[in-house]
Each structure stands twice: as C-alpha cells, then as structure tokens.
Design a protein around this ligand. Structure first.
Ligand SMILES: *Cc1c(COP(=O)(O)O)cnc(C)c1O
Length: 388
C-alpha cells in the first residue's frame, strides 16, 4: 500500500492554527490552566428559538431526503427577505441566492467554479487562509494584496500592476475583516466594483461578520449600483447566530457565478440538511431579535475588558468596531510567533500570531472575544506580568 499525497496539497500554506493547537494541548496536558483566545468560535449557545425550530423540523420525514443543491425555495426566499430588510438590497431568490454548507465551503470551491488554471486570484494578506487554499486547488496563481495599518487594512487596488490586472479573474475581499477587525466604507465597495468592471474580475466579498458589529451596521457590496454584474457576497449563520457547527450559509449576487458554483457543488455535495435549512429560515427572519443581539453585549463587555487590560499593560491597541477579534500590535517590536509563544509560556493564554494569516500579519497577534469576562480579566492580569 503506497501512501499518496497530491503535489497541490504541498502548495497549501501550513494551517497555522494546527501548530498553535498542538502547543495548547501540550500545555493543557502539562496541567496548566490555559485561557484560549485562539480560534474564532462563539462560546454562546445557538438562540433557543432556532434550536426549537430544528427540533421540530427534524421529526418531519420529508426533511430526511436529499436536499436541493442550491437550497429550498423557502430558504432562498428567507435569504432574499433578509437582504432586503438588513441592507435594502433586492436579490432574485431564483438565481441570485444559493445555500452553502458553511461559507468556508463556498469560498473554497469558488475558484474551481470560475477560475482557469494559471489565472490570477487576488487575495488579501493578512487574510482568511481559505482564499489561498481554494485558489491552489484550482491551480490558479495567487497574487497578494497587502493590507496595512496605514491604509486602514484596505487593499490599494490602484497599486496592482498591469499584468496582474490583465490575468486576474477573481478577487477576495472581507469586511468586517478577519483578522484585523477593520471595516470598509461604502466608497471602498464602489471602487472595488468599478475596478472589477474595468478589468473583468469577479469580486467575492466575504461578509461572515456582517452582523457582528458594535456601532454602525456594515454595508453589503450589493448596495453599490450594478454590483451584481461583477460581485457575489458570502454570508454565514455561523458567527451571527452562534451556529458554527450547523454548517449553513449562503452566497448572493451574480447569477452566472452562483450557477457555476452550484455546478461544482452538485458534483461534490448534495446540499444543506433540509431541517437545518428550515431552522436557518427561522433564524434569518429574526436576525435583529434581542436573543440574537444579546451576544453582541457579551462581546462588547469582553472587548472593553480586554482593551483596558492590554492598554494598562502598555500595549498599543484600539477597540474594534466589528467582529469578535482584537488585532493587537505586539509589544516591544516582537515578531508575532515569538510573542504568541511568550504569551502561552508566561501567561498560559493562547493568541494567534498574525503571521499565520500571511506575511502582512507580522508584528500583530489576534485575540478572539470568545472567552467570558471573568476569564478575560484573569488573562489580562497574567499578561500584565509578562516582561517583554
Ligand atoms: C468564520 C469565517 C468564515 C466561515 O464560516 P462558516 O462557518 O464556514 O460559514 C468565513 N470567512 C471568515 C473570514 C471567517 O472568519
């Protein structure tokens, strides 16, 4: 028996969370009391009205059969209703909406659907690692768009060289942003749409954190006139409704791109469990319900505690306006890996080194606000004792 591994797998950058996870487990095995600000997975439960809808739907035999790849008519209607009420955006539920098994799945499969080998995929750096892996699986070339603090963590589209503009067919953007927590103003989306139109590029906007905000609600790229001609947008129930384990999300926008994505999916998966789709419809209908928004109050309290703690420990850090991440500059010019190891070794706290999101994340670490207030306070007290 030979063990085979494709060459393309070796071209995927190492998934850094794995390395951090290994060190975390070693610390726990050694009996240390580890406080984990690592992977962004909500610690609060799914709202009970969503769980109740699921409990009922799972008893219906009609839900036990194969689902439609693109999602049920009811699901696509619920998405269209959400887009209309939340963003004032009209999408056609027939052809401008598809269901996904989590947005990671759609993001990862998109290049296979719309990019030919050798074409360029524009990926933000630092950024969510799946943009790169999906492009690698499709044998595309990745071109990095640096995100910098000086530019508000927005890519400078005007800086992209002529040959890159010529060969690029897909661009990923993501706001509110993971890992930097930056938000993009509406003008940025207008620029992205104009750029895409000029150069024949499809824009894929990842809006996984679109409903996880503390101040002004972040916009949709589809609010830009004509955006659906050149853009699709990924939304997910995972972070908004504490539903990461359920695997349900959707993409909206350009009908041709979504049809291509549906073709790939119909060869690989057979849609989202119909009971889950039903529960998702109920969730989307109540996205602004107090039971949903209450998670924001928890994140806000933790955010404020964490920012106060880090600042009094001498860190230079600003409170994020959205997402459940705090993106903090490492003290004393430390590189991010050394800083993360030091925080684990000296304070028994897990943070993600920025370099895990690409070279552009160097010098920063990411804290996820998925630790309760009491434990966050405790971690900040420990971090304050570190000698940098
Ligand atoms: C969490 C996350 C997602 C994916 O979430 P799903 O659970 O797959 O819907 C997508 N993009 C970013 C930037 C994320 O942080």
């Amino acid at each position: 028996m030979t063990s085979r591994r494709s060459e393309r797998l070796s071209r995927i950058p190492p998934y850094l969370f794995v390395e951090i996870d290994r060190r975390k487990r070693a610390a726990i095995a050694a009996g240390r009391d580890v406080i984990d600000f690592g992977i962004g997975d909500p610690d609060r439960p799914t709202p009970s009205f969503v769980v109740d809808a699921m409990a009922e739907a799972i008893r219906s035999p009609s839900n036990h059969r194969y689902a439609s790849t693109v999602g049920s008519a009811a699901f696509r209607e619920a998405v269209a209703g959400y887009m209309r009420r939340r963003f004032g955006v009209t999408v056609d539920p027939e052809c401008e909406v598809i269901a996904l098994l989590g947005s990671k799945e759609g993001i990862g499969h998109l290049p296979t659907a719309v990019v030919d080998p050798g074409e360029i995929v524009l990926v933000p750096d630092p950024g969510y690692p799946v943009y790169t892996s999906g492009a690698v699986f499709a044998e595309a070339r990745c071109h990095i768009m640096p995100l910098t603090e000086a530019n508000g963590w927005l890519p400078r589209l005007g800086d992209l060289p002529g040959d890159v503009r010529r060969d690029a067919t897909l661009m990923y953007i993501n706001y509110p942003n993971n890992p930097t927590s930056a938000c993009a103003p509406l003008e940025f989306y207008a620029d992205a749409v104009a750029f895409a139109r000029e150069h024949g590029i499809l824009v894929a906007h990842d809006a996984a954190y679109g409903d996880l905000y503390f101040d002004a609600p972040p916009p949709s790229i589809l609010q830009i006139e004509g955006a659906a001609e050149v853009a699709i947008e990924f939304h997910s129930l995972s972070k908004t409704f504490n539903m990461t384990g359920w695997r349900v999300a959707f993409a909206v926008g350009n009908a041709d791109a979504l049809a291509a994505l549906a073709s790939v999916k119909s060869n690989l998966d057979s849609g989202v469990f119909q009971a889950t789709q039903h529960a998702a419809c109920v969730a989307l209908g109540r996205y602004d319900d107090p039971a949903v928004r209450s998670s924001i109050a928890f994140y806000r309290a933790r955010r404020d505690q964490l920012i106060t703690g880090l600042r009094s420990a001498g860190w230079r850090v600003d409170p994020p306006a959205a997402t459940f991440y705090v993106w903090a500059k490492c003290p004393s010019e430390y590189d991010s890996m050394t800083a993360a190891k030091k925080i684990l070794d000296d304070a028994d706290a897990v943070v993600i080194p920025g370099v895990g999101f690409g070279a552009g994340g160097e010098g920063f670490v990411r804290f996820a606000l998925t630790v309760d207030e009491e434990r966050t306070k405790q971690a900040m007290e420990r971090i304050a004792t570190i000698r940098w």
